[in-house]
Design a binder for this molecule. Structure first.
Ligand SMILES: [Zn+2]
Length: 123
């Protein structure tokens, strides 16, 4: 599952940072998820809780923020930001109506990365 491999990488990153800072505990982790990663929040949180068990970040608060994806009108190229969960993305595409020219066809653009934005630790 995509969510598990992503969570595994993120947990590894967090623990490396925490250990190199001699942290006793990780209290908070902020994660930015690009609008096009196709990662859903619930499975990702579930994966985190499993991966983090028994580690320094077991009790960390995980803050997940989705970055907007962009719907770009195929006709006039005007862009509209959409901030929705991956499962709703195609609905947004189907419902698209360009504010500029009224066209119904758009392409999706956006970020596919997933990064640890900040880590708070207790020493
Ligand atoms: Zn348009």
């Amino acid at each position: 599952m995509h969510e598990f491999s992503t969570a595994q990488q993120l947990v590894k990153t967090v623990l490396e940072v925490a250990e190199s800072n001699q942290a006793k505990e990780v209290s908070e982790v902020e994660i930015d998820i690009g609008g096009l990663t196709h990662l859903s929040e619930e499975p990702l949180r579930f994966a985190f809780s499993i991966m983090a068990k028994g580690t320094l970040m077991e009790d960390a608060a995980i803050k997940i923020k989705y970055l907007p994806a962009i719907l770009r009108c195929k006709k006039c190229r005007s862009e509209k930001k959409v901030n929705v969960e991956p499962s709703e993305m195609y609905g947004a595409l189907v419902d698209f109506k360009c504010r500029g020219c009224g066209a119904r066809e758009a392409e999706i653009d956006g970020d596919t990365s997933c990064i640890v934005k900040s880590i708070k630790v207790k020493k």
